[in-house]
Every structure is written in C-alpha cells, then in structure tokens.
Design a protein around this ligand. Sequence first.
Ligand code: CUA
Length: 228
Amino acid sequence: MSTWANLGLQDSASPLMEQLIFFHDHALLILVMITVLVGYLMFMLFFNNYVNRFLLHSQLIEMIWTILPAIILLFIALPSLRLLYLLDEINEPSVTLKSIGHQWYWSYEYSDFNNIEFDSYMIPTNELMTDGFRLLDVDNRVVLPMNSQIRILVTAADVIHSWTVPALGVKVDGTPGRLNQTNFFINRPGLFYGQCSEICGANHSFMPIVIESVPVNYFIKWISSNNS
Ligand code: CUA
C-alpha cells in the first residue's frame, strides 16, 4: 500500500504492474527530454539577437519538425499498444473471483467453490484496531492464492463502481448489467489494498478492497473451511 509522502507508484506485486511501471518510466524519460530541450531553446531565445532576413519559409525545416515528433510518438505508441494487449490476455486462470460493487461495499463470490459468497465492508474509524489502516481495512478480506493466474469478474448492483488495486495493476469498472473481466498473477504473499475509483455516491471513499495473498495450500485450507 501507499504510505506517507509516497508520490510515485506503489511497488508492484504482479508481472503486469511491473510492465506498467516500466512503461511509465519510459514515457516519463521521453517527456523529460522533450521538456528540457524545448525549455532550453525557449529560454535561449531571450538572449540572442540573430535575425535571418532571407527566411520566409523552408520546406526542409518543416519536414524535419513534423516527421521527428511523429517518430518520437511511435516510440511511445508501440510499447503502449503492446501493454494494452498484454493486459487483456487471459492465461488459463485457476481461480475465478466475482466481485460486485454496491452502494457502498463490495461483495464477492467464489463460484468455483460451492458458491462461497460474502460482503466486504470498510471498518469504521471508531471500530479500528490500533494496527488497522483507517479508511482502508475491511471486515472480510479477499483471500487469493499467490503464484497462480486469477480471473476477476466485475459487475455492480446499483451504480458504476471500479474495482482498483494499484499494486496488482488492476482497475476494472463494475457496471450494472455488464460483466467485465480481467486477470492477474500475484507474485508474493501479503496484503494488497485498493479503493473504488469510480465516483459512485456519498460514501464512494468508504468501500476499500483488501486482498490477502497466501500460498496455494493455505488458500485451499481457507476455501474448505468456508465450505463446511
Ligand atoms: Cu464505489 Cu466509488
């Protein structure tokens, strides 16, 4: 999760988020190079008094400053497209989790396992444990196995919500009447926090998501203890 003064991205816990961070850094590098170059040129214009009395138009310079930015844009567009299709790839998921957005809580269904279902509410500040995270902890966590492909189906019961977990690189809108799909792979154990990120009403800020990533055998234990 994000902690104090963390202005950048969270550490990634999935291969897709790793790729997203690489792309962000790549795009930022190009952005900084262009900003520095253009900034330098504009600044330096104040201090020279050269005049080219014969320049009215020039096909050559027009060609250069049209084609060069187009080529630079390609260096952003192609990796962006690669990432876009990578995010949409479904790789034979071993677990499917359905998450339904409500005003204002999430409910979850593990349809692979005898239809386990439960609601997940935020813990109010006055009921928080001393080690709890305010506005971020929930009463029922989503338990998921690490090192396995997980498919998530997102929908909503009332208005549009968005199931968003930054460390996993997941952000899917839950829309009433539609079922959206994405997948991810968690590569370490731990707790991963997320929040709804579609302005869904008065308590939009109070429907967080907590994923508890555990080893596969622990997950099987958890799932069978819920079955009985
Ligand atoms: Cu649900 Cu914002």
